[in-house]
Design a protein. Structure first.
Length: 350
């Protein structure tokens, strides 16, 4: 494509770094710094170079740039089968914020399939490092005994974990305080007069699920309420949740669920027995999924600040890339209870 040079002539072929430098009135090294180390430039100079890049639609050749800077400007993120507690629509908010904040920092997110718990998962990371020269990784679905953090640390590869359940003392991580969320749900229900509040969660051993169960248990004890035989376990499946919670429902007036999927199972169990969610038994979910506001009655649910999680992951990761020897940084974000119809009806019998 023909391009117009700053002098008004025409130039055939791709726009080069030298042409950008000529347009901006700076050296080629200054343009290189603007692309690779923008913090080295004065704001006014950086603005002028970026305007020239935009005007000329300059696109640096990624392979040549990687050889020159030893940086691909790529961050890897492994997409696992729907993580427990994060439905796909909810996870989309995190991925959008992660991609957007990475883009603003001059990086791109490379998504790849990464089944959780497979013996060869570390090999997958090795392949990506060899074939794409990734600069760093964002890990999610972390768990106790997770091998990925140690594998990456041993090789000096920067990473940040979404989840605090592995390498707690030696890695950067960002997480949401699930215990705070379920405790807030219990406090809300107690304020409405409920005293028999069940918890519908995942089987023990899930780090995220156990954290949410802990918040329910500690809040119940803080209010001097019983918890014995009120914790119910289920896979994150609507039908499984319906079957698990059904035997407990006659003896409670409220249920706190570890996910909106489990809460929907509770809705079905109540309707199977001729009762109405939100009127006969209050229900609170977790995740504030798009379906929560569409259910009838609309579902009270704990909202996770996943957009903030995505931005924090990028911030910590860029900081780690720039300063590999810095002390680990941890960010624990507070979720918010969104109250809707499923927990606002008068307590039965009042």
């Amino acid at each position: 494509m023909a391009r117009t040079t700053p002098a008004g002539g025409r130039k055939d072929g791709p726009v080069t770094l030298a042409l950008v430098a000529q347009r901006a009135g700076v050296s080629a090294q200054t343009v290189s710094n603007a692309l690779n180390s923008p913090d080295l430039l004065a704001p006014r100079t950086l603005k002028r170079v970026r305007e020239a890049i935009s005007d000329l639609d300059y696109r640096p050749h990624q392979a040549a740039r990687s050889l020159r800077t030893r940086s691909s400007r790529l961050i890897g993120y492994g997409v696992h089968p729907t993580p427990t507690g994060l439905s796909t629509p909810v996870l989309d908010h995190f991925l959008h914020a992660l991609s957007d904040s990475a883009d603003k920092a001059g990086y791109r997110i490379l998504l790849f399939a990464a089944p959780t718990g497979t013996a060869n998962e570390a090999e997958r990371y090795g392949e990506l490092l060899r074939e794409h020269s990734l600069d760093a990784f964002v890990l999610s679905s972390t768990f106790r005994g997770d091998r990925r953090p140690g594998w990456l640390q041993k090789r000096g590869v920067p990473f940040v974990a979404f989840g605090r359940w592995s390498a707690r003392d030696t890695a950067d991580w960002v997480d949401v305080d699930g215990a705070h969320g379920t405790a807030a749900a219990v406090d809300h229900l107690v304020a409405a007069g409920h005293r028999k509040i069940a918890f519908l969660g995942w089987p023990r051993g899930s780090s995220v699920g156990d954290d949410r169960a802990r918040g329910w248990r500690e809040a119940m004890r803080r209010h001097s309420l019983p918890v014995r035989e009120l914790r119910v376990q289920s896979l994150d499946d609507v039908d499984a949740a319906r079957d698990a919670i059904a035997p407990v429902l006659p003896g409670v007036t409220a249920v706190v669920a570890a996910s909106d999927t489990l809460a929907l199972g509770c809705y079905r169990a109540l309707r199977d027995s001729g009762r109405v969610p939100g009127q006969d038994v209050a229900v609170v979910g977790f995740d504030d999924s798009p379906a929560a506001g569409l259910l009838s009655p609309s579902l009270s649910s704990v909202h996770q600040p996943l957009e903030e999680v995505g931005r924090a992951c990028t911030r910590l990761l860029v900081s780690r890339i720039q300063n590999p020897e810095a002390a680990p940084e941890r960010v624990l974000l507070t979720p918010e209870l969104v109250v809707r119809e499923s927990s606002t009806a008068p307590l039965p019998g009042r």
